[in-house]
Design a protein around this ligand. Structure first.
Ligand code: F6P
Length: 325
């Protein structure tokens, strides 16, 4: 089937690199002779008809910018069959033949349902800072988020050391510890708490006692927000109970992790995957996410990206514990 018109949207939590992906979709569309329409505010814009054609000018000067020029949203309406029906009507109204969606787990779940219920070609791009999608080694935005955390923790460590303070730094990751683990290793954190590994309070106490000999109680604990123990404030409470003399501060990094200029890695990843998404639609592919595994482009059916969890490298967590001693 000839793809004359392709829609593109960003949905769910935004990520640095989404703009580079949109740019690549538009430019690849131009290359293959397809018009590209931008759908604003994710699935909400598809249901409520917030759509504009995009051209080279629309994506000029955006490759280095964080956020998404198309804006993003988490859309409850799209979770219903009626919402998806309305979205499909909009696609028909604009004569859109295929759709590229950029987002995380929720976005790809919606894409799968839309594609199945209405026999419509959809290709997904992995866009989440959490890196928790099966079918790619890196999601768009993850590398930037990790580098943002590393820059912040390096600064925190300076002041931690000056004041002999223990800092508990909470990073994003509702269900996954990828950001915590990678940034924790890169900053030499004394302890890394992630949802994928049960947190035992006695182990934490023991590590703190050992660490005290190096730096008079100064140190960094990185906690993923979804850790089974609770967030940074819960961890702080527990440590205070055991070590009332510790000078403890909590730093919740929050949404700074979602913004900022994408790293070169994210720009290149987003550019390559954006191009591949358009090419896939042109080649007649549908119902899949395009990712990069071992530096090779791989297509994974939505069913699998949604069903399978991508585990963090637990061995890396063990290595981090050894290196922290
Ligand atoms: O999924 C990406 C993410 O940044 C999570 O790490 C975080 O828990 C969540 O989004 C925050 O969502 P919101 O911006 O809607 O509060």
């Amino acid at each position: 089937m000839k793809m004359k018109r392709i829609g593109v949207l960003t949905s769910g939590g935004d990520t640095p690199g989404m703009n580079a992906a949109i740019r690549a979709v538009v430019k690849a569309g131009m290359h293959y002779g397809a018009e590209v329409y931008g759908i604003y505010k994710g699935y909400y814009g598809l249901i409520h008809d917030i759509i504009k054609p995009l051209d080279g000018n629309s994506v000029y000067n955006i490759i280095h910018r964080g956020g998404t020029i198309l804006k993003s949203a988490r859309c409850k309406e799209f979770k219903t069959a009626e919402g998806r029906e309305k979205a499909f009507e909009t696609l028909k109204k604009y004569d859109i033949d295929g759709l590229v969606v950029i987002g995380g787990d929720g976005t790809l779940t919606g894409a799968r349902l839309l594609g199945k219920e209405h026999d419509f070609p959809v290709i997904g791009l992995p866009g989440t800072i959490d890196n928790d999608l099966y079918g790619t080694d890196y999601t768009i935005g993850y590398d930037t988020a990790v580098n943002t955390v590393v820059a912040a923790v390096d600064k925190i460590r300076d002041t931690a050391h000056s004041h002999d303070r223990l800092f508990i730094v909470e990073v994003m990751g509702r269900d996954a510890g990828f950001i915590a683990l990678r940034s924790g290793i890169a900053t030499g954190a004394e302890k890394i708490l992630i949802p994928e590994a049960k947190t035992f309070i006695e182990d934490l106490y023991e590590s703190l006692e050992k660490g005290k000999s190096h730096d008079e109680g100064a140190g960094i604990i990185i906690v993923a927000e979804g850790d089974d123990f609770g967030g940074a404030l819960e961890v702080e409470k527990k440590i205070r109970e055991k070590f009332p003399d510790y000078d403890i501060r909590v730093s919740i990094l929050g949404h700074i992790q979602r913004g900022g200029a994408p790293t070169a890695y994210d720009r290149v990843l987003a550019s390559g995957l954006g191009y591949q998404a358009v090419k896939a639609l042109i080649d007649g592919k549908r119902g899949m996410m395009v990712g990069s595994i071992n530096r090779k482009i791989e297509f994974t059916p939505f069913e699998q990206t949604i069903k399978y969890n991508r585990p963090v490298n637990v061995e890396l967590h063990t290595i981090a514990e050894i290196l922290a001693l």
